[in-house]
Design a binder for this molecule. Structure first.
Ligand code: NAD
Length: 346
């Protein structure tokens, strides 16, 4: 689908981590990103590249207003709740934002004849069919999400696919593996609160602002005993959304595509990379395994190349960690004022 230069693309959740990086990439492509965000976990300071609309995706009136006001031609849908642990405690909330919210969005798009959607899905849709397997995961792999969060992502995919068939929308669900890194400018980056992702937690531990890191289990069947994950630079993720926005799909077409590198990195390898960047050890201890943590979550990314022509360009561990460190050193938004601390302590 060709989206002409200057067209407006709504980015729900565009004040969040991946959404803000994608808004930048959309603007650099000559399109206008219209950020629609409730700011429940995102930051107004992360919105630089287009109009901002403060709204909740569960609010049909606000959505309709934003789609109409800005004459939106396509939607990239990031908005939602993301903390796996919280989804266990509050599954109702996750279904409300992630599934009901997606229903409201799809209805508003249909009413406004917006016919292209790119959806943030997740590797959390896959199950542990083959516990302990180190094999890369293809899209057709068994789905049995280990958390309510993963279940909401799979349910939203199914909802979108059914609405594509029923109403002629065309959509791509991108199943990201581990999003990581930051824009090299240091202007935007990862600022989840609470932060649950390994790389920012390792920086926190190394720079003295956070607790020592706990490594959850060193008895997995991997070379160093710690879990393997597939880290994708957030800039590469952003470019995957651009490819998904413009890929030719039939009316009513739906595709689900893994976005990963195909290479698994262990928790200890990531800790070593952060230590190298900072120039000091990351303090950590070994804890128990977490329930439901698979040994390995590594993408088979071949479909992303075949369908979208996408392959990662910046997703080596050292580039990811180097760009994340640049963000940690910048006058960042979000919790903590690490920039000043780093100047005095490193
Ligand atoms: N970060 C990862 O590693 C990762 C991996 C796989 C999938 N994902 C998916 O990518 C998407 C973005 O993740 P992120 O890491 O950027 O998270 P984030 O929390 O930084 O961004 C989410 C944004 O959505 C907004 N939001 C939440 N609920 C909303 C609602 N009801 N209405 C409007 N706005 C709302 C928040 O304010 C925030 O700006 C999520 O859908 C997540 O499930 C993330």
């Amino acid at each position: 689908m060709a989206i002409s230069a200057g067209s407006r693309v709504m980015i729900t959740g565009g004040a969040g981590y991946i959404g803000a990086h994608t808004a930048k990439a959309v603007a650099e492509m000559g399109l206008v990103p219209v950020v629609y965000d409730s700011l429940s976990s995102g930051y107004r300071e992360a919105v630089h590249w287009g109009p901002f609309f403060h709204g909740d995706i569960r609010d049909p009136l606000a959505l309709r207003e934003a789609l109409t006001l800005h004459d939106v031609k396509a939607v990239i849908h990031f908005a939602g709740l993301i903390e796996v642990g919280r989804s266990v405690a509050r599954p109702d909330l996750f279904w409300d934002h992630n599934v009901s919210g997606t229903t409201v969005l799809l209805t508003a798009m249909r009413e406004r004849s917006v016919e292209r959607l790119v959806f943030s899905s997740s590797a959390a849709v896959y199950g542990q069919d083959d516990v302990g397997s180190l094999a890369p995961i293809p899209e057709a792999a068994f789905k049995a999400p280990a958390s309510p969060y993963g279940a909401t992502k799979l349910a939203a995919e199914w909802l979108i696919e059914a609405q594509c068939r029923a109403y002629g929308l065309s959509a791509v669900a991108l199943r990201y593996f581990n999003a990581a890194g930051a824009d090299p400018s240091g202007l935007i980056g990862e600022a989840h609160d609470p932060e649950t992702h390994l790389i920012p937690l390792a920086f926190n531990a190394a720079l003295g602002g956070g607790r020592p890191l706990t490594v959850f289990g060193q008895d997995f069947g991997t070379p160093d005993g710690t879990c393997l994950r597939d880290y994708v630079h957030v800039q590469d993720l952003a470019s995957a959304h651009l490819a998904a926005l413009s890929v030719e799909l039939p009316r009513g077409g739906f595709e689900a595509v893994n976005i990963g590198t195909g290479v698994g990195r262990s928790v200890l390898e990531v800790i070593e990379a952060v230590s190298r960047a900072v120039g000091r050890p990351v303090p950590y201890s070994i804890g128990d395994r977490r329930a439901g943590d698979p040994t390995s979550l590594v993408a088979d990314p071949s479909r992303a190349l075949a369908l979208l022509g996408w392959s990662p360009k910046r997703s080596t561990l050292d580039l990811i960690v180097g760009d994340a460190f640049q963000w940690e050193r910048s006058p960042r938004y979000g919790s903590g004022q690490r920039a000043s601390r780093i100047k005095t302590s490193v």
